[in-house]
Structure formats: C-alpha cells, structure tokens
Design a protein around this ligand. Structure first.
Ligand SMILES: NC(=O)c1ccc[n+]([C@@H]2O[C@H](COP(=O)([O-])OP(=O)(O)OC[C@H]3O[C@@H](n4cnc5c(N)ncnc54)[C@H](O)[C@@H]3O)[C@@H](O)[C@H]2O)c1
Length: 407
C-alpha cells in the first residue's frame, strides 16, 4: 500500500515541535523542522538547537534518525512546506502568531492536504476563524503530550468544516507511523486530558505550597504512587515549561465559568510561579525551574519553595516501608517521606469491603493518597487497618448470611 505520509513539516522547534519531529523520524518519515531565524551566519540555529535537545533527551530512538530531520527558518524556508503531506504547527502559544502563520501556510501548502496543529486550549473554532474554506476542510487539531516519543495519547479534534478523510488520514498516520493511541475530542477548552491534568497539577502544586511541603516530598507522593508521571508534580511543571502556566492554564481558566472548581486553585496567580517566569527559571528548557543542575557541576538542586532559592536535592525516599507492595498501588503500605510517614487510607464503602477488592482500585486508592488533610500522619506504624468484610457481603445481607452459616 502506498504510504500516505511521505514528508512532514513541523513549524516550531521548541519542546513539542522538536519532539514531534523526532517521533516522525523514529517512524522513518523525513521531516522539515523550522523555527524563527537565528543570526545572519546561521539562520537555522534555533531549529538545529531543537534537534540537539532531542538527541540529548533521547527523543530519537537511535541518534541516526536525526539525519531524517532537515532544519531551516520560517523566514527563509517556509515555501518548502509545499510538498509536505502533513504540516504540524507547534509555535509559541499565541493565537495571533498562530493565525498569521496559518494564513502564510494556506498560500503555500499542497492543495487537498491537511494542516493540523498542536495547541492545547485554543479551540479549533478560534484558530480557524477567518481561514479559507479549503483550509478549514483540511484542518484538524492534533494534541500531543510531552515528551512526544513516550506519551502514547494523541487527542484529535475535527471541526464541523473538517473533511472526514482529512481526519481519517491523520488518525491513521498517528496510529501507524507515530504509534499513538488516538482519542477523538470535542472542541472544548483544553479538550479532555488537559481539562483534568491542568486542574490536578494546580491542586497538587498549590496544596504542596499551602502545606509547606518540599518539592521532593510533593513529587514523591504526586508521582508514581499516584499513578501519574514519575516526574511528580513540580518535575512535570519543569518538563512542560513553567512559562506555559499563564498561557495554557490562563487561557483554560479564562474559558471556564466563574463557578468552576478550577478557579479555587489558580496556578497563574501564585507569586512563586510569577517570579520563576520573570527570572527565566522556566524548567528544563531553561536549565532550571523547580529542579536544576548546580551551575558548573552535576549536583542536582531543588528549589526551596519558601525562599525561591536552590539547595541540594534530598531524597524524599518514597519507598515501600512494609509488605513490599508495588509502588503504583498496593494497599496496606506506608511511605516514608523525608522524616514523616504517609499512610494511605482506603475508601470504605457502606456494606463492608473496600474498593481494592472490587477491582480497578488503583486510581481510586491513589486519589485518596493525598498530600494534605488527614492523609499525612506522623509516625503511624504498620500497614493499613482494615475491617474484615463479612463473608456473603456486608450490611444486613452479610449479617444474615453469617447467622445462617453459624446455625
Ligand atoms: N509543552 C507541552 O507540554 C505542550 C503539550 C502540548 C501542546 N503544547 C503546545 O505546543 C505549542 C508549543 O509549545 P512548546 O512547549 O513547544 O513551547 P516552546 O516555548 O518550547 O517552543 C515554542 C517555539 O515557538 C517559537 N516561536 C516563538 N515566537 C515565534 C513566532 N513569533 N513565530 C514562530 N515561532 C515562534 C520559539 O522559537 C520556540 O521554538 C504551544 O501551542 C503549546 O501550548 C505544549
């Protein structure tokens, strides 16, 4: 069968664009990667820096895949998108910049091809406002996650004007070339994953600040034990880019009704977040955010959340303390967190028994293993206290069954 995607153009060589370019190269597809122009003597330098970043971060499965990525600048080389079968836009989260770029791409792209971008909460209707009918028919939002090589999910949003075959081609290529699991989403603010993800990241970070936890303690809990990325919450903010907080979280909050629970945890208003952005300490892409390597050495440092200064990173040691249960979800387990003990609580249901026995317990259990109120108990020994569930079910029915057995 003829391959539908033989060449891809990715515009924007930041964290996402360079990662998406690397993942196409991993799938054996030649990629043109463009970014803003560098200095006169090396106009492609910003795009090349993206490739180098992916080589360092192992975004390429094999370094030789980087040879499939050619680099250039938007100013000089945009016309080369004309023979691309898929144009991915991944420039800065700024609606005006994106719209201007789309107008230029519409004049250059191959007719009858599609041009999907990767923005989070800029709904498709806003992005395509004023665009030509032909452009809207080929336009699909493809929302990748960071890092694109490892994150399996890709959200796909087709608009009312999108041609079904454009969406089908993109879905097929995302699954077969990029190895993604594609989920169709409606054109709502932040779609599905970020609508949930931005909220829990805000709650976890702000509650950690309110409870005076260290970044290591917070990340030891709101990481693998929670069934979410093992970076933990502050590590994830570093990975995503703290500069995206006002852009992504801000535009999501702006789109949500005043009564939405997310407004109670407004990450964009946190003075520490504002300070980090103002000082350019925006995460991994800037050599430091909540974590960093000490300048000139390989020593890892973490941010003191009270002072905003760095200190040597300490091991919060979220290791199973009893019964050797796996860190992703065993019950009856306590976690040592730098000097105090975190004890998971089971969510008990009326009628006896716990959700663990009913299957699918991990996420519900993890959701109770929370940073704050009630969950953190200093020095409580041992595993989890649990009432035995009466055979035959709980409550009145269970008691009746027990009486029958005793007779
Ligand atoms: N970081 C994430 O986790 C993530 C996840 C999904 C989607 N996104 C979205 O992907 C897009 C890119 O995000 P990112 O994290 O890669 O950001 P980034 O800051 O790492 O990269 C943005 C790139 O845009 C370029 N740029 C800046 N101004 C420009 C202009 N005027 N014209 C053209 N290019 C310009 C920059 O040089 C930079 O390389 C954004 O829309 C973002 O919301 C990000």
């Amino acid at each position: 069968m003829e391959r539908a995607i033989r060449k891809v153009a990715v515009i924007g060589a930041g964290s996402m664009g360079s990662g998406i370019a690397a993942q196409f190269a991993n799938g054996g597809v030649p990629v043109l990667l463009l970014d803003v122009a560098g200095p006169e003597d090396d106009r492609a330098a910003p795009a090349r820096a993206g490739v180098e970043r992916q080589l360092k971060a192992q975004g390429f499965m094999d370094p030789s895949a980087a040879e499939l990525v050619s680099v250039g600048s938007i100013e000089d080389d945009l016309a080369a998108v004309a023979d691309a079968d898929w144009i991915v836009e991944a420039v800065v989260e700024d609606l005006a910049v994106k719209r201007r770029l789309f107008a230029r791409l519409d004049a250059l792209r191959k007719p009858g091809r599609w041009c999907p971008p990767t923005p989070p909460p800029s709904p498709l209707a806003q992005l395509t406002e004023g665009a030509s009918e032909a452009f809207r028919s080929d336009f699909v939002i493809t929302h990748f996650f960071n890092p694109p090589r490892h994150m399996r999910l890709m959200e796909l949003v087709a608009g009312p004007g999108t041609a079904p075959e454009a969406a089908a081609l993109v879905r097929d290529a995302a699954e077969t070339v990029l190895g993604k699991t594609v989920v169709d989403c409606r054109d709502t603010p932040a779609f599905i994953a970020n609508r949930l993800g931005c909220h829990w990241m805000s709650v976890a970070a702000i509650e950690a600040l309110r409870h005076g936890l260290t970044v290591e303690q917070a990340d030891a809990v709101a990481g693998a034990p929670f069934g979410v990325p093992r970076t933990g919450i502050f590590g994830l903010l570093d990975l995503v880019g703290i500069d995206l907080v006002p852009l992504v979280w801000g535009s999501l909050l702006g789109a949500l009704p005043a009564g939405d629970a997310h407004h109670r945890h407004d990450l964009t208003a946190e003075p520490l977040i504002r300070r980090l952005i103002a000082e350019g300490r925006i995460g991994r892409k800037a050599k430091g955010g909540f974590y960093r390597l000490a300048p000139g050495s390989k020593e890892r440092e973490a941010l003191n959340l009270s002072t905003g200064e760095y200190r040597p990173q300490v091991d919060a040691g979220a290791k199973p303390r009893s019964r050797g249960v796996d860190p992703a979800g065993g019950c009856g387990r306590t976690l040592r967190l730098g000097g105090f003990v975190q004890q998971p609580r089971l969510h008990r249901r009326r009628g006896g028994g716990d959700r663990r026995r009913r299957g699918g317990h991990r996420h519900r259990h993890a959701a109770r293993l929370w940073l704050g109120r009630g969950a953190v108990r200093a020095g409580r020994p041992g595993g989890l206290r649990r009432h035995r569930r009466p055979a035959g079910g709980g409550g009145a029915r269970g008691a009746a069954a027990s009486r029958r057995r005793r007779r």
